[in-house]
Design a protein around this ligand. Structure first.
Ligand SMILES: NC(=O)c1ccc[n+]([C@@H]2O[C@H](COP(=O)([O-])OP(=O)(O)OC[C@H]3O[C@@H](n4cnc5c(N)ncnc54)[C@H](OP(=O)(O)O)[C@@H]3O)[C@@H](O)[C@H]2O)c1
Length: 275
């Protein structure tokens, strides 16, 4: 059995699709029976519950050849690192209790750094925590910034006629599509060819700046003059708060963008065909 947390999300849905296409036994985890139904219709077993419930996760993990584990984001969490550590601790306990031996864990580029990386700090904590599980083989996948993050600006582009954020427009950095992350996760889950504790960065084909991203989007949607505006930290945080993110989450994302601007979020593995 291949068990997938976050099965309705960006990566989890593509991972479930790949494994079901290969007619593998799949258990999909999520909070809504309705949202998981599309996978159940294709033969998956649904485990419906909250990732904050470690006993629920232990039951869902039991009998799995491999688990795809992730800490689902909660953008409203008042203290995001604490939230990540609460969920992450429950995931670790569930892995131990279930006796599962192989875990592909979704981490992030920069998770080797304990500080100054915004929401990635909690993934640093999670890697350290999972590395304490002696009897379990763990592959920490460290993807860079998802290309799909750019979709969060659709309303801004529609309503304000600009693209923008706190990342500087002229700074090239690594971006990866979630379909490529799902491909690597599915291959590793099927092969189970990792042992001990290993790390794999996923960097996408090349570095790209937000100015270039904006030019590409503008050309595709018939707005060739679409421009990218670099928001100040204060304006960015205010905008995120107005959009419903917790104050802490807004600050964490601003810290992450500053880490990209300052090139702190650099890779530690060279870019190759494989990553
Ligand atoms: N965005 C980036 O650039 C980036 C880069 C590197 C790493 N990451 C990491 O990638 C992860 C996000 O991956 P993603 O974009 O694939 O996820 P996503 O699209 O945000 O999906 C999250 C999934 O988790 C489920 N979920 C949410 N809260 C839950 C809860 N309390 N209990 C159980 N299930 C819950 C949701 O399903 P239901 O709503 O149906 O329950 C959904 O399927 C995060 O850990 C993030 O730190 C992100």
């Amino acid at each position: 059995m291949f068990t997938i947390m976050g099965a309705t999300g960006n990566i989890g849905s593509k991972l479930a699709d790949r494994l079901l296409t290969k007619e593998k036994p799949v258990r999909v985890i999520g909070r809504s029976t309705d949202r998981l139904q599309t996978f159940v219709d294709r033969g998956a077993v649904a485990a419906v519950g909250d990732a904050g419930n470690s006993d629920f996760l232990a039951d869902a993990f039991t009998g799995s050849a491999v688990v795809f584990a992730m800490i689902p984001p909660d953008y409203a969490a008042p203290d995001f690192r604490k939230y990540q550590n609460d969920i992450g601790g429950g995931i670790a306990a569930a892995i131990e209790k279930s006796g599962v031996t192989h875990v592909v864990s979704l981490s992030s580029l920069g998770a080797h750094l304990p500080d100054k990386t915004g929401p990635i700090k909690g993934l640093y904590d999670q890697e350290q925590r999972l590395n304490q599980l002696d009897a379990v083989h763990i592959l920490h996948l460290r993807p860079t910034f998802f290309m799909e993050n750019t979709l969060m600006n659709i309303d801004m582009i529609k309503n304000m006629g600009i693209n923008g954020g706190h990342i500087r427009g002229d700074v090239p950095f690594a971006m990866v599509a979630t379909q490529d992350i799902a491909q690597v996760a599915s291959e590793r889950m099927l092969e189970r060819d990792f042992s001990g504790k290993t790390v794999r960065e996923l960097l996408g084909p090349r570095d790209i700046s937000m100015d270039e991203v904006t030019r590409i989007i503008g050309a595709k949607i018939g707005k060739p003059d679409l421009s990218y505006v670099h928001f100040s930290r204060e304006d960015y945080i205010n905008g995120l708060s107005q959009a419903g993110l917790s104050e802490d989450m807004a600050h964490q994302l601003a810290e992450l963008d500053a880490a990209i601007n300052d090139r702190l979020l650099a890779s530690v593995q060279p870019r190759t065909e494989d990553n």
